[in-house]
Design a protein around this ligand. Structure first.
Ligand code: HEM
Length: 149
């Protein structure tokens, strides 16, 4: 029961974090398209900062619950089944999650650069940049659902 609730909340926070991972680059696209409009830029930077902060809290919760699902069976074998023991998928999933986190932090760096008046990549380049987390999330979800190796 506790295992199922841990997994349920893990997924809820994954959804919330991914909303921030997907939306922060959209704010960057809007920033790139509204150069010279100071009031619009200020509002977008504020929205971006709040979303970035929210994303960090959500990732923290994803991580804590994910770690429980990953290693919990070593400390509380009666509560957590050994879903990851002796298999390799979790390591690759974790690598993809780290890349997703890197993408999120990179988006945050671009936001800070824009807030300081620095130049952003073109809106077109940012739209392509936006597709990266879709591929990473797809891989992570497939690995944990299919546990192929
Ligand atoms: C912070 C790093 C993360 C760790 C350590 C972690 C670890 C885990 C573990 C061990 C499970 C349990 C698998 C099971 O009980 O069968 C799980 C479930 C799941 N995780 Fe994560 N996870 C992390 C982040 C993510 C992210 C970012 C996503 C999505 C992009 C994700 C998607 C899922 C899904 C869809 C499940 C449910 C799979 C199922 O029940 O079939 N996780 N996670």
């Amino acid at each position: 029961m506790i295992y199922l609730w841990t997994k349920t909340f893990h997924l809820l926070f994954v959804i919330a974090w991914m909303a921030a991972v997907f939306y922060l680059p959209r704010i960057l696209v809007n920033l790139s398209e509204s150069r010279g409009e100071a009031a619009v830029q200020q509002r977008l930077v504020l929205m971006g900062r709040r979303l970035y902060g929210f994303g960090h809290v959500m990732f923290g919760l994803v991580f804590v619950l994910g770690a429980l699902l990953w290693f919990g069976f070593r400390v509380m074998p009666a509560v957590y089944p050994p879903v990851t023991a002796g298999s390799g998928w979790m390591h690759v999933k974790f690598l993809l999650v780290l890349l997703l986190l890197g993408f999120f932090i990179w988006s945050g760096k671009l936001l800070k650069r824009a807030a300081a008046g620095g130049a952003l990549p073109s809106a077109k380049a940012l739209r392509w940049f936006n597709e990266l987390p879709i591929l990473l999330a797809l891989g992570a979800i497939f690995l944990v659902v299919g546990k192929p190796f």
